[in-house]
Design a protein around this ligand. Sequence first.
Ligand SMILES: [Zn+2]
Ligand SMILES: [Zn+2]
Length: 583
Amino acid sequence: MVKDTDTLEHIRHTLAHLLAAAVKELYPSAKPTIGPAIDNGFYYDFDFSGGEQPSEESLKELQKKMKKLINGWTEFTHEEVSADTARAMFAGNQFKTELIDELEKAGSVITLYTCGGFTDLCRGGHAENPKADIDTDAFKLDKVAGAYWRGDEKNPMLTRIYGLAYASKEELDAALLQREEAKKRDHRKIAREQDLLVFSDLVGSGMPMYTPKGNVIRNAIVNYSRSLNDKLGFGEVHTPNINKGELFKISGHYDAYKEDMLSVRSQYVTDEMFLKPMNCPQHTQIYASGQRSYRDLPIRYADFANLYRDERPGELSGLTRLRAFAQDDGHIFCREDQIEQEVSSVLGAIQEALSTYKINSWMRLSLGDAQNPEKYLGDPEVWRRAETIMRELLNKKGIEHKEAIGEAAFYGPKIDIMAVDAIGRQWQISTVQLDFVQPARFQLEYIAQDGSKRTPVMIHRALIGSPDRFLGILIEHYAGAFPLWLSPVQVRILPVSEKHAEYATAVTEELKAAGIRAELDADDSLGKRIRSVKIQKVPIYLVVGDQEVDAKTVTSENRAGEKEVLSVPDLIAKLSALISARS
Ligand SMILES: [Zn+2]
Ligand SMILES: [Zn+2]
């Protein structure tokens, strides 16, 4: 059966209700709190402090109970109730009553939804007939985890039960398989095996430190973005990590983003200061440092400065979410008539980069939400114009895209580039954002052809996003088998025995002199050294024995096991060509 995402979300949400009903049957003293649908299924948070706590083993039993209960779930009914009625209904459950109090304070309608005799506080959005609409082989209770009430460490710790749910059993099986594969590719595990980066409790969580090997890859990513920036006509700038709060008050980040910013104190001045979460406000100040004419535009600044965001410790994991990271960031200041050309060439560079990394992608046009105008700054008319420009551009370029309401930045709509990795997972990486707000707030100007003063448009863009996060994505995408140009060690040279060491050393030096990252490994048995090549996924290794020494050749072997006998100059020419083609 084909189901659209809306229906699938309803199914997942319904299963959260069903889980709560099953929990109440098996753990009568449990207090249900909240239980939303999520990307791969649903969860529900419970307070089990009044009785027995379920373990991972209890999930089977709970799942069985859900499958039994669903037979009586054929229709949802709902009723609007007063806050008092709702509070009476959930008496003794301080979590639900807190929610009810808030709804009452906000003047919101309070609704109760009932199915199969189980009632929950809810806003709606369910499968119409759960028994008929839900394939009971397409969901699976997944795991038990701790979660603070409303995600706040100051609140009581609850128990979260996760479930996976899909439209069909096939999709559930595929998701489970993908997860197994993802475990094998876990970038934290591979980064350890290949000695690429380090986290230290003393330094702090979410702040990666790269080893020389890891930094080779990170630099390769950054330098590639740099070369794309050159082609696009960007000038690279260098900016400080700390800024006065005043700057972010003008940009609007202070109001929209302050919770995510880390503050810094000076012993000499009283200014409120922050580690910067983004570069844009600073770039406006470089722009504002001189008088600009329409002929000077576009002006393009690129920046690889480190950025800092105050993420919740519980949400930090490997390189996926960090407190300290960089972006291959850039800002374009241009005239309105230049937007199309600029966005178009940036999209071209992003497509080129992703094709080099052999990553599939699709694009998302992220729009504002007319239902929540308070989330956005600026004139709605200008917003509509910006959205139209981007939509028309995507259509004109024939780029397949989806539109997403409510995903825009607070200052303007954007095109988000979603990477699809080797095992089908999606990552939002690059972005191109139009901004009609910040230039006006910073009173940026240029002199137009008719001599009048005009406000430039600002375009925020990243090519691959954060090199740090992207490295994590690449490790998993390649399962640690980096292509030659990215590999920290490109060639390893293995002399068969002591008497071949001199020639092997000479070959290593020749490769290094040609700019190839070559490494001699002469210790241990040949078998062990070959195994180490395989574990560390070195792309090419050379075994050097009598034959090679006599003929002044090398026998190279790649990851596919393909062998080739070559002279050293031929090997260098071949590898250099592959590396410069980023292959
Ligand atoms: Zn509901
Ligand atoms: Zn920006």
